[in-house]
Write a protein that binds this ligand. Sequence first.
Ligand code: S3P
Length: 166
Amino acid sequence: MTTPVVNLYLVGFMGTGKTTVGRAIAYRLGAKLIDVDATIEREQGKPVSKIFEEDGEPVFRKLERDFIESGHPARGCIVACGGGLVVQPGMLELLDSRGVVICLHASLETVLKRTRHSKSRPLLNVEDPLARMREIYSVREPIYRKAGTLLLTDNRSLPDVIAHAM
Ligand code: S3P
């Protein structure tokens, strides 16, 4: 296997495994993994939850957009995107023009299990996260459905998921 010449963008709802799957694909291909949230956190010097709290969600959305629009990363990278990035107008089209998009899916029950103890998802920091997820997902579902190739991560081992991605 060789390093891809375009970027591979992993998109999809929170907790569908974008970072985990991205890390494994990057390792297999010997490619660089770029995690958009982690990059923003590094550049801003604070976690996503603090950006939401102190600066507000619109500022975070602009940082996500700016990162992609600025042309990062150049080529041959595996890019794990935050769940809301592809929902922003024009973003999916831009990712499509820059590389290959894979959209990860998992049931919301699985997502709940995976994110239950996470402090890094401010949108789910509410009393009833499952209800909140349903609300957000119902708005985003049509966008995720048309976003690239579908990759299910529910009840599957990581090697099995990777085998289907490559
Ligand atoms: C978000 C998803 C998060 C992070 C932020 C907002 C979203 O990333 O970007 O909390 O709007 O779906 P993950 O999808 O990696 O959890």
